[in-house]
Design a protein around this ligand. Structure first.
Ligand code: APR
Length: 247
């Protein structure tokens, strides 16, 4: 795949690179995205049924089981060439921060180190009241119509992910915003750019003079505002970008 020379030059000169990823970067690992018409996860499930505090209140066992199903799905998935290319890019630039909306943990499994998991991580379970981590060997086992319980306070356990209507951790948001505001090149990869605050990071980067690049086979609200659009799957575009940088 052809990568614009101006983009390769900007990456070569860049002191700092910030990357934002969404579900599309894991699509080639077989992890369904949320809004893609074909296989979008939400097409089969109503987000308001499953990924909100109210849903958990009304039907904790259903919400727990849905996330357990997604955890299994992700456990069977492997990082794809897009994840590996981003782990390699991190070694090729002086400063690098990867902000992800994904909760599948595949970036860390591919070797990325500076990762900000804006929406949390499916692999972790917390007490719904204390919000403290609980490891599987501590679970009070699930009942017929309830999730496992916290061994300390007896409250329901829940996945350590941010649900619709919940606030993101201020620490993670400011880390992501600082990375976007301080970078020379901003890559937005595999996201529909419709969920904030993540979708606002690209304009934060542009305001600070960064070159903004979108990697997505489809058009998004960010496409028109990007300096470059690599209209291709991340598993093709990102390895091509890294190869061009190493040439
Ligand atoms: N490579 C790159 N992009 C891809 C690929 C691919 N192989 N396949 C699909 N895409 C793109 C789609 O075109 C789409 O723009 O990935 C994007 C996926 O968009 P969404 O499904 O909306 O996922 P995302 O942007 O991560 O959603 C943001 O919304 O539901 C909440 O919390 C959830 O983190 C999620 C947030």
């Amino acid at each position: 795949m052809e990568v614009p020379g101006e983009l390769v030059g900007a990456l070569r000169r860049a002191r700092s690179v910030c990357v934002l990823t969404g579900a599309g970067v894991s699509a080639e690992s077989g992890v369904p995205t949320f809004r893609d018409a074909r296989t979008g996860l939400w097409e089969r499930y109503d987000p308001l049924e499953l990924a909100t505090p109210e849903a958990f209140e009304q039907n904790p066992r259903l919400v727990w089981d849905w996330y357990a199903w997604r955890r299994e799905l992700v456990r069977e998935a492997e990082p794809n060439p897009a994840h590996h290319a981003l782990a390699e890019l991190e070694e090729l630039v002086p400063e690098f921060v990867l902000v992800t909306q994904n909760v599948d943990g595949l970036h860390r499994r591919a070797g990325s180190r500076q990762v900000v998991e804006l929406h949390g991580n499916l692999g972790y379970v917390i007490c719904a009241s204390e919000r403290t981590p609980v490891s599987p060997d501590e679970f009070v086992p699930a009942g017929e119509d309830r999730p496992p319980l916290c061994p300390r306070c007896g409250s329901y356990l829940r996945p350590d992910v941010v649900w619709f209507g919940e606030t993101l951790s201020m620490g993670r948001i400011s880390e992501a915003q600082a990375a976007a505001a301080g970078c020379d090149v901003f890559l937005s990869v595999g996201t529909s750019s419709v969920v904030y605050p993540a979708a606002g990071l690209a304009s934060e980067a542009a305001r600070s003079g960064a070159l903004v690049v979108e990697v997505n086979p489809q058009q998004t609200p960010l496409s028109g505002a990007s300096d470059h659009v690599l209209r291709a799957p991340a598993g093709t575009a990102l390895p091509a970008l890294v190869d061009a940088l190493k040439d």
